[in-house]
Design a protein around this ligand. Sequence first.
Ligand SMILES: [Zn+2]
Length: 99
Amino acid sequence: MNLLEFVYARLEDEYYRNTSKFPGALDEWEMKRQLIALLFRRLEAVDGEWGCGHKAHEISQGLCEDTPIDSIPELRWMAWPSRKHSDFEDRWMPPGVRI
Ligand SMILES: [Zn+2]
């Protein structure tokens, strides 16, 4: 499991746990999904300008050596609230945050 798969799995947990019970939870869930999509489009733009020209879907599949999934700080922060989960790996802690 890589960091993106972990983040998506926690989003799926969140969807089934919250969206039927709490008003607004679906909006928050959708917002997080959209932010992830925007993040990869931004990474595509950066990779096109400065890197090896990978598309967003390629970067999200871990195909860009310049942008390893597990090193993306935005994803590390998205995973951080779930750091007590058994699938969380310590190397995914956001930069500068102690374990
Ligand atoms: Zn690349």
